[in-house]
Design a protein around this ligand. Structure first.
Ligand code: SF4
Length: 286
């Protein structure tokens, strides 16, 4: 009987993982059907309902208030890029791997090798926290009608302090060792903000959270002789020291931006705007 129960639990878990992978890929595929002027799901300053603001949209506000406003308030967003199917595949497999350790409440070999005393966090909420499309970690921000949410890749527990640790999987393919210092300033700052927002969200949900977050950084090696239907990765565990003290004021600024009737100024450096200004110049000269 127990064997049958375990078998069905296994099937359920596998189905859940595959389903999540398909949902992620298909959501990226369907986002290819670009709608240049959306009319649904826009922020309404007069609404009493909470408006769901994702972590990535808060990041977009920090990069450029104008594009954020055009997108969330006026329904005109950037055209989407191509789906990162290979990255999603690596994420999915890593999740399966860490889920096995979560089920047994055992440390992953990779963490032991890196001298970390951590185990994957086991909780009924974990699947919903990892599903940014249908849940994520959520918090209704007081004095606003915004609900901030974000989907984490994983959460570990520090076995000594019992604090939760934010974990994010990253994929790349670069020659040489991977370190946070090897990222360009903008990318590093963006990754740091990403984990700091998750830390803030978990704290607002009443959890004790470590300031240290980890990136499980997978680097696809191109130094091999052939492909042979197989990608080999080096994996590095990179620690980032977070400070979420800026998050609350950033959300309030995004809120004031959405409440405004003025379209904000654009960011100073942005290749999209440079492109658009160049196009406009040519069109106006005709
Ligand atoms: S600078 Fe222009 S194109 Fe770039 S993000 Fe802002 S409004 Fe959008």
């Amino acid at each position: 009987m127990q064997l049958l129960h375990n078998f069905f639990s296994f099937l359920k878990k596998e189905f859940h993982n595959c389903n999540n992978y398909c949902k992620k890929v298909s959501s990226q595929k369907t986002s290819q059907k670009y709608n240049a002027q959306r009319v649904k799901g826009l922020y309404d300053p007069l609404s009493k309902e909470f408006f769901k603001l994702s972590r990535s949209k808060l990041e977009s506000f920090l990069r450029c208030a104008r594009c954020f406003y055009l997108d969330r308030r006026l329904g005109v967003g950037h055209p989407p890029g191509y789906p990162f199917s290979l990255n999603i595949a690596v994420d999915t497999l890593l999740k399966k791997e860490f889920d096995k350790c979560r089920a047994e409440q055992m440390p992953h070999l990779f963490c032991i090798e890196n001298g970390l005393d951590v185990i994957p966090f086991k909780d009924d909420l974990i699947d919903s926290w990892r599903d940014s499309l249908h849940g994520g970690i959520q918090y209704e921000v007081p004095n606003t009608n915004l609900m901030l949410y974000g989907g984490v890749d994983d959460i570990w527990v520090d076995s000594k302090t019992n604090e939760l640790i934010i974990v994010d999987y990253k994929e790349t393919s670069k020659i040489g060792a991977i370190s946070l210092d090897s990222l360009n300033d903008e990318q590093r700052a963006s990754y740091k903000r990403q984990v700091e927002i998750y830390q803030w969200l978990l704290r607002k949900n009443g959890f004790s959270v470590s300031n240290t977050a980890f990136f499980v950084y997978c680097n696809a090696l191109t130094c091999l002789d052939s492909f042979n239907k197989y990608l080999k990765f080096d994996i590095s565990l990179l620690a980032e020291n977070g400070d979420d003290s800026w998050v609350e004021s950033a959300i309030m600024n995004a809120y004031y931006c959405l409440q405004s009737i003025e379209i904000p100024q654009s960011a100073e450096k942005c290749s999209y705007c440079q492109y658009w200004n160049a196009v406009t110049k040519h069109i106006n000269n005709k």
